[in-house]
Design a protein around this ligand. Structure first.
Ligand SMILES: O=C(O)CC[C@@H](O)C(=O)O
Ligand SMILES: [Zn+2]
Length: 527
């Protein structure tokens, strides 16, 4: 299973390998309890797609010789999401190596009315990367070649199945960094990152993939299957690939079609190659981990930080006291600062260590003097930087060990970010084991997680639609960075008006007229 071997330890993980970086790895351990089939747990009906036949398997064998997987054990890992909450029953997984092979697969599946589930590293949070029923899994695992890298512009062009951490290493050797970084970096594929518009830990500094992705190569199933080489604006109607993998910083010619595919979660086309702008590698990285006496002080620390650290600020993350208890209890991580109601992690990235250290120390002096921060620690060497990041990055893993987890990934006005957590804690009372709030405060992104010993319909009823209504009441987003996938597709209307939903359905029908691509995901089922 070379293609699904997890990457090496996260550069920011704790010592040893963090299970977080094993997302999408062999999750089918025979000792793990069986995950319930999605069709048994959720009210979802299979759409009238064809069922894979022996002739289909023979056709796939001609398209991707030796790379048609039907072994049930090998399929199991790709049928289950890494959170082990949803499970499909696909009988076949294809491993194309080239864009032409993807094009042939989609042409064939379109003609035969066979549903297809594109899959990268299978590290998503919303059940978007695994089949719901028996969709054919189209894995990008073997599409893992770097196509080009330009040392002056920092523009990287690569196939969709490259693992984020491997790309990071590749560009870091050349004095650049990837513009995004996630806990799942050891397994996630860049194509999946782009397809889901992954946010992550560098968003505050380098912005969204809508800005850093310069070009895409996408295969759409519309007849005839079209390879849209959006790396340069060439749309090919005959299925051939024009080798035109150059990228431009500026291109203002008509509609920016690549944007449609960023965040479309594999429902409009299969991304086969990506052109992305990499920032220069910062010479000095510092991390401060601070304890704050209240959320008001967290906000004031953030304002002060923006004012005093300005251009060197590269991350502002927060977590509450319950998060710290969970990483301590389940992972044995020890808080480096005194117990506090809130903690913030501030990262600076700059070009002169002395200059950054000076700025950071006057900032720390200020926040301590004004009582915004009660205790703190600073790391400049790589080992301690990684240790401090692990406290924040491994919260998801600690939560997974705490029991059944209800996840909400919400964008809110930063001043109201924690109100929902306090409100829910009071509303749920002892029904919940833990109600925690953490996330990318600098981006206004709250990760609200609730744990319980086991799944409970009454707890779910107390959470939903309450959380979504609360969020809509603040004009927030019900999915800040995780996407909608299978689990959140029916709540899209809390964040988008009916006219937007209708246009999305029309675009889907235009690019994928038979609806074979990642069905049951992203868009609500039509009435
Ligand atoms: O598990 C979650 O809710 C968040 C996961 C991830 O987006 C993070 O920021 O750690
Ligand atoms: Zn996040």
């Amino acid at each position: 299973r070379a293609s699904r071997t997890p990457g090496p330890g996260s550069p920011r993980g704790a010592v040893g390998t963090s299970p977080l970086v094993r997302r999408g790895g062999s999750s089918s351990s025979s000792r793990a309890p069986e995950v319930m089939l999605t069709r048994e747990r959720y009210p979802v009906q299979r759409l009238p797609f064809s069922v894979v036949s022996e002739e289909d398997l023979a056709a796939f064998e001609r398209i991707t010789p030796g790379r048609v997987v039907t072994d049930p054990e090998e399929l199991e890992a790709s049928n289950v999401d890494w959170l082990r909450t949803v499970r499909g029953c696909s009988k076949v997984l294809l491993k194309p190596q080239t864009t032409e092979e993807v094009s042939h697969i989609l042409r064939y599946c379109h003609e035969r009315n066979l549903a297809v589930n594109p899959q990268g590293g299978n590290t998503g949070m919303v059940g978007g990367s695994v089949p719901v029923f028996d969709e054919i899994i189209l894995s990008t695992a073997l599409m893992n070649q770097v196509i080009s890298f330009h040392g002056v512009s920092g523009i990287l062009v690569c196939q969709a199945g490259c693992i984020l951490e491997e790309l990071s290493r590749y560009v870091e050797e050349r004095d650049f960094i990837m513009p995004l970084d996630l806990g799942a970096k050891g397994s996630c594929h860049i194509g999946g990152n782009v397809a889901t518009n992954a946010g992550g830990l560098r968003f505050l500094r380098y912005g969204s993939l809508h800005g850093t992705v310069l070009g895409l190569e996408v295969v759409c199933p519309a007849p005839p299957p079209q390879v849209c080489t959006l790396l340069h604006p060439q749309v090919l109607a005959d299925g051939t690939v024009l080798n035109c993998l150059t990228s431009l910083r500026k291109d203002n010619t008509g509609y920016d079609l690549k944007q449609l595919f960023i965040g479309s979660e594999g429902t409009l086309g299969v991304i086969t190659a990506v052109s992305i702008l990499c920032p220069p590698k910062p010479r000095a990285v510092n991390v401060a981990f601070l304890g704050c006496p209240g959320f008001a002080e967290v906000l004031q620390t953030f304002s002060t930080c923006k004012g005093m650290l300005g251009e060197i600020l590269s991350a502002f993350e927060f977590m509450d006291a319950e998060c710290m208890q969970l990483v301590g209890h389940h992972l044995g991580l020890v808080s480096p600062v005194q117990e506090s109601p809130f903690y913030v992690l501030i990262e600076t990235s700059g070009s002169r260590a002395g200059h950054d250290a000076e700025k950071l120390s006057s900032f720390l002096e200020h926040v301590l003097d004004f009582g915004l921060v009660t205790d703190g620690t600073l790391a400049t060497d790589q080992r301690r930087v990684k240790m401090l990041w692990a406290l924040r990055e491994r919260i998801t893993e600690a939560l997974s060990r705490d029991g059944c987890v209800y996840k909400y990934d919400i964008s809110l006005p930063v001043e109201r970010l924690y109100d929902l957590v306090s409100d829910l804690r009071a509303r749920l009372g002892p029904q919940a084991k833990h109600v925690v709030g953490y996330g990318h405060l600098g981006d206004g992104n709250l990760h609200l997680n609730v744990t319980a010993e086991a799944f409970s319909a009454s707890l779910l009823g107390a959470l939903e639609p309450y959380v979504y209504e609360w969020t809509a009441g603040q004009q927030g987003s019900v999915s800040a960075e995780h996407g909608l996938g299978f689990k959140k597709k029916d709540v899209l209307s809390y964040s988008k008006p009916p006219a937007a939903l209708q246009l999305m359905q029309q675009l889907k029908a235009l690019l994928d007229p038979k609806g074979i691509l990642n069905p049951y995901k992203t868009l609500p089922a039509r009435a």
